[in-house]
Write a protein that binds this ligand. Structure first.
Ligand SMILES: [Fe+2]
Ligand SMILES: [Fe+2]
Length: 379
């Protein structure tokens, strides 16, 4: 091992703590009801991706091209202050091992089809997603090689992660998997972005290659988001499964490099990551998953915040959660909560009706914003 092992020194937790989590809920086949029309829409969406591949895939890495060992002093010079060489190597190791284990995640999508019936999800996985992900680990391995890691060591880590059984605990209905996909791909997209821009400083060609992986993750985020939207638009009851997945979201990295995943927030922070920007992305994804219906968004955020606060929930939040589930009053409470989230994230009301409601509820929003100041969905 070229660098002294060191995982982290402060108490910033894993990136999973971005999202509140709770115990597993199991859904029956009857809980996942989708019309034939929505199934056809999902099938057509996937078929279009198969027939018209979007963008360019990453492509194989020629490991012999321009092979050299990086000058350690040069590497130290370009790393952000506070981020050690070992910590940066850990960032890349997490990427190598999780990207290499694609086939183990693919099984979860197959299992979802067996339990709930979603052939389009299997087609997306087998014909689009897996072939796309297959080469994603190579650019990270390539950088670790020039940083001095032995090829046998990296191959062993890759082999071990491929042999592991992936434990998926974030919900397994098709809509839960597509929503899980959007969160997972979005966080991976950010993670690769931080690493890619740092690598670009000492090796522009290899940095660009990593950024080309990031671009694929951006596309994957969009695909899963679009599919979630089709499903929830068809059966709004599925939004509760989406919220359930948000509550118990866990990055796959916990399976393959738990010691690095455990300090992922610290690493993001050291790489200069902006948590507010990541949060905004997650809220945007949630908003899309609820078909941009701010009432659903508000309902989910009240639920998520109350879940996160647990017994410590302040009285206004406890009351909001209770009212949120009440007919009629609940709709208004959820709409206002949705608007508070929109205001916080800088989104604007989309329709004329929303704009009128927005103006009318301005004083209440200010009051709610003041009351919930410091209560972050993230962090
Ligand atoms: Fe990937
Ligand atoms: Fe991906």
């Amino acid at each position: 091992m070229p660098y002294q092992e060191e995982m982290g020194s402060c108490n910033i937790p894993s990136v999973d703590s971005l999202i509140p989590q709770r115990a597993v809920v199991s859904y029956s086949r009857a809980d996942y009801r989708i019309s034939e029309e929505a199934t056809r829409k999902c099938e057509a969406y996937v078929q279009d991706l198969i027939q018209h591949p979007q963008g360019r895939m990453v492509g194989s890495v020629d490991f012999d091209e321009d092979r050299h060992l990086i000058d350690k002093a040069k590497l130290r010079d370009v790393l952000p202050p506070g981020l050690s060489e070992q910590q940066f190597a850990n960032v890349l190791l997490l990427s190598v091992t999780t990207e290499a284990a694609t086939d183990t995640y693919a099984q979860v999508f197959h299992e979802s089809d067996r339990r709930y019936g979603a052939k389009w999800l299997v087609r997306l996985t087998d014909h689009v997603w897996v072939p796309d992900e297959t080469e994603h680990s190579e650019p990270f391995k390539d950088v670790l090689l020039v940083m001095g890691y032995a090829e046998e060591d990296l191959n062993r880590r890759i082999r071990e992660s491929r042999e592991k059984i992936y434990e998926h605990t974030s919900g397994d209905t098709p809509v839960q998997l597509t929503h899980f996909g959007t969160f997972q791909e979005h966080l991976t997209d950010n993670w690769h972005g931080f690493a890619g821009f740092i690598v670009k400083r000492f090796d522009p060609r290899r940095g660009r290659k990593i950024l080309s992986v990031k671009k694929r993750e951006t596309l994957h985020t969009m695909w899963y988001g679009d599919l979630t939207e089709i499903l929830v638009a068809d059966n709004p009851e599925l939004r509760y499964q989406v919220t359930d997945t948000t509550k118990r979201f866990r990055m796959p990295g916990n399976n393959y490099a738990p010691e690095v995943e455990a300090v992922s927030m610290q690493l993001i922070s050291l790489m200069g990551g902006d948590f507010r920007k990541i949060e905004r992305g997650l809220v945007r994804i949630m908003s899309g998953s609820y078909c941009d219906n701010i009432e659903y968004l508000g309902e989910a955020v009240i639920d998520l915040l109350a879940e996160k606060a647990g017994q410590e929930s302040p009285m206004p939040l406890k009351l909001a959660r209770k009212l949120s589930q009440t007919p009629a009053v609940g709709r208004v409470v959820n709409l206002i909560a949705g608007q508070v989230v929109q205001q916080r994230e800088g989104f604007k009301p989309a329709t004329p009706g929303e704009r009128i409601f927005w103006e009318a509820t301005s004083p209440i929003r200010s009051l709610v914003s003041q009351t919930t100041e410091g209560m972050n969905f993230v962090g």
